[in-house]
Design a protein around this ligand. Structure first.
Ligand SMILES: *[C@@H]1O[C@H](CO)[C@@H](O)[C@H](O)[C@H]1NC(C)=O
Length: 487
């Protein structure tokens, strides 16, 4: 890949690095990771690590590495690093007054408000917002600044490589756009078809959203509404920014010629209950930006659309922003910017599926490695998500986010046994995947006429097993019904 560099277009850029203990605006980037790498890698004996690989199971290996990593963080980030960083900042600013700004919050504000605090401290025409645990590759800034100079309404992400969290090795990642699933977790995407057609691996990749690190014209970032400061801790702000920028007249792209490496952590240290925060933030995005498609976010998280009991905070200012900027609809966004995203407008009921014979047990997808649905104590998390469609399919587990991943699994009658088979495969093979179901009624296969029922079995884990048999009149119910279930 040959990347050309036009250096004439450079403007000064404030690089904002946010981390748990501080937010730093500086040009000497990568200091934090360099520092840890030098201390950590130096003290590491390669031999015992190898032994670990050979002797232990995967889970144990990961736990041990995590423990090790936590120690490294404790030792270096929280005590020594903070001190050394201050010394470094003083030294640089001694030579160039005001060159590095350090912004510290008196309490933990979370990633989102921290980034905005960094932005408030910045004065350069362009700001680059990054995690503290990134390393910049040579020449990352030039192509970005060129694209922003051409059009200030572009928000740019560099291409990401991975820094392995346990040994700081670099792992090259394939070129990718950045998107999200229906829970609004960000994810890498295959670049769009139009990009592949260009056959130019240095061309900008149009991107529906952002993983979280980006470069933006400082003034434009304000015009478009910064980040949603009503969000807490972590997650969703990157997706919200992408959707908002597109719907409100800007664009987002990933540049292959600008590369950074990022430590993809095995464990995020911000809080015990990260998922609850991500879910709350996702619901803010759904309510402000997604119009009728907000239902998809509720369905993916398996929570009711009315009275969810989740406090998402005040969104009136964000709604006013959308109105003021005269933004397009989410449908427009899905069709024009993120056509890979799957739509689930045919779902008419969702939630956990319970049988009246034993209501503390729920239908569950069972072990990942198998295709046998089971009964399990109800917990309502992803393995127990059930979706019933207007075409009478029963889908179990995660809602597959894009057309490129085909992992929706449907309940199928396979030789009188309940099985979970990839839906499009089951459909293509004309398997028995259609079920008649009405709330409080039986679940009966349209072809085989057998019913999904519970059978007492003292050998089964919870005293019952899932079977397909002649209908004996058992009743099922599902948590949320969107449209009336015809019987
Ligand atoms: C490939 O894309 C780059 C970046 O947009 C552009 O400068 C270059 O002219 C393109 N090359 C060809 C052969 O089109």
């Amino acid at each position: 890949m040959v990347c050309t560099r036009k250096t004439k277009t450079l403007v000064s850029t404030c690089v904002i690095l946010s981390g748990m203990t501080n937010i730093i605006c500086l040009l000497y980037v990568g200091w934090v990771t360099n520092y840890i790498a030098s201390v950590y890698v130096r003290g590491q004996e390669p031999a015992p690590d190898k032994k670990l690989e050979e002797d232990k199971g995967d889970t144990l290996k990961i736990i041990e590495r995590l423990d090790h990593l936590e120690n490294v963080i404790k030792q270096h980030i929280q005590e020594e690093l903070k001190e050394k960083l201050s010394e470094y900042v003083d030294k640089v600013n001694g030579q160039k007054p005001g060159f590095i700004k350090v912004v510290r919050h008196s309490k933990q504000e979370g990633l989102i408000r921290s980034r905005v605090s960094g932005w408030r401290a910045a004065t350069a025409p362009v700001v680059a917002l990054f995690d503290a645990h990134v390393e910049f590759n040579v020449g990352w800034a030039e192509p970005v600044l060129t694209r922003i100079k051409e059009n200030r309404k572009r928000i740019i992400s560099p291409s990401f490589d991975n820094i392995k969290y346990d040994n700081f090795e670099i792992e090259e990642y394939p070129l990718a756009a950045q998107g999200f699933d229906w829970e609004l977790w960000c994810r890498y995407l295959n670049p769009p078809k139009a990009w592949w057609k260009l056959e130019n691996s240095t061309a900008p990749i149009r991107s529906p959203a952002l993983i979280g690190c980006f470069i933006v014209d400082r003034q434009y970032f304000q015009e478009i509404g910064l980040l949603d400061e009503g969000m807490e801790v972590y997650g969703g702000e990157n997706v919200e920014l992408g959707i908002r920028v597109w719907q409100c007249g800007g664009s987002v792209e990933v540049l292959p010629c600008s590369r950074i490496a990022h430590i993809e952590r095995a464990h995020k240290p911000y809080t015990e209950d990260l998922t609850a925060h991500v879910r709350r933030n996702a619901l803010r995005v759904a309510e402000v930006w997604m119009d009728e498609f907000k239902s998809h976010v509720y369905m993916a998280w398996n929570i009711p659309q009315e009275d969810s009991g989740i406090d998402i905070g005040d969104i009136t200012a964000r709604k006013a922003l959308r109105k003021q900027l005269q933004c397009k609809t989410f449908r427009w966004y899905l069709v024009s910017v993120y056509p890979e995203m799957r739509m689930y407008s045919d779902i008419i009921a969702y939630g956990v599926l319970q049988n009246s014979l034993k209501t503390d047990l729920c239908l569950d997808q069972g072990p990942d490695t198998e295709n046998i649905p089971i009964l399990y104590i109800c917990h309502g998390m992803t393995p127990q998500n059930v979706y019933y469609t207007s075409s009478q399919q029963i889908q179990v587990g995660i809602l597959s986010p894009t057309v490129d991943d085909d992992d929706n699994r449907c309940l199928v009658d396979v030789n009188s046994r309940p099985r979970l088979i990839e839906c499009s495969y089951a459909k293509a093979k004309r398997m028995k995947l259609h079920w008649q179901f009405s709330q409080g009624g039986p679940i009966q296969n349209r072809k085989s006429k057998r019913c999904l029922e519970l059978q007492e079995n003292s050998g089964a884990e919870f005293g019952f097993q899932l079977v397909l048999q002649r209908c004996s009149g058992q009743h099922w119910s599902i948590t949320n019904v969107l449209r009336s279930l015809a019987s």
